[in-house]
Unconditional design. Sequence first.
Length: 284
Amino acid sequence: RTVYVNGEYLPETEAKVSIFDRGFLMADGVYEVTSVLGGKLIDFEGHSKRLERSLSELQIRKPMENEALLEIHRELVARNGIEDGLIYMQITRGAPGDRDFAFPSDETEPTVVLFTQSKPGLADSPAAKTGIKVISIPDIRWGRRDIKTVQLLYPSMGKMMAKAAGADDAWMVEEGAVTEGTSNNAYIVKGSTIITRQLGKEILHGITRAAVLRFAREAQMKVEERAFTIEEAQAADEAFVTSASTFVMPVVEIDGASVGQGTPGPVATRLREIYLEESRKAGL
Ligand code: PLP
């Protein structure tokens, strides 16, 4: 693969960052994941806006304008011949000369790394036809989950816990209510109403979430943004998750209990179709 590091396009084996990089020492960095379908970037604008917000909340200098970031995305898609796949953009506070808790001076350049993952047939994942199983785990992450930081240790542990339990993913629960999935936003459907956690510092403001809710409302579906429990989810007609890498993914089992008929429901299936169709049309 060709990757991008601090102004250069390099073979992945030659790309390097400092051992003093604060991303490595302190998880002092943010990231974005943008999907590519048919060679086009899906929702790039949403991802670059959220990146801007994540950087500003952490007072990390924005390394370049969105136009330049778009150019790098496009260049990597071209150089790696990506038809369907993902692009990761990682930005850290950079590498001062030594380890220190205090933020470094303004002369320290943020570290910018982008790399691609080729995923042929990303939109035709077999899991979308069967649905996935989730378990619930306590949400013990930090209090600013609205910032997309590289602190992914607990989500990574959550996926391992799910795997160990014979499931595919985990939904995190705080004070009795579901916050979100380890790397996706969580939804349930009751009758024709779509229910998903309201925005706040407790969850990541998913770019796919924003698009899916917009399409749902345009299609005259009812949307309620509120907290829900695991019990309410198990008794719901449908459940699903959304993210840039899975789009709309039906959830058919929660903590061993089947949701609805135990197969992907009509609302999730329809939203997946609409999302894929509309976002392909708007791809950059
Ligand atoms: N919630 C968490 C914790 C995530 O890590 C992600 C994506 O990585 C999402 C939600 C979904 O966000 P998006 O739709 O922007 O990919």
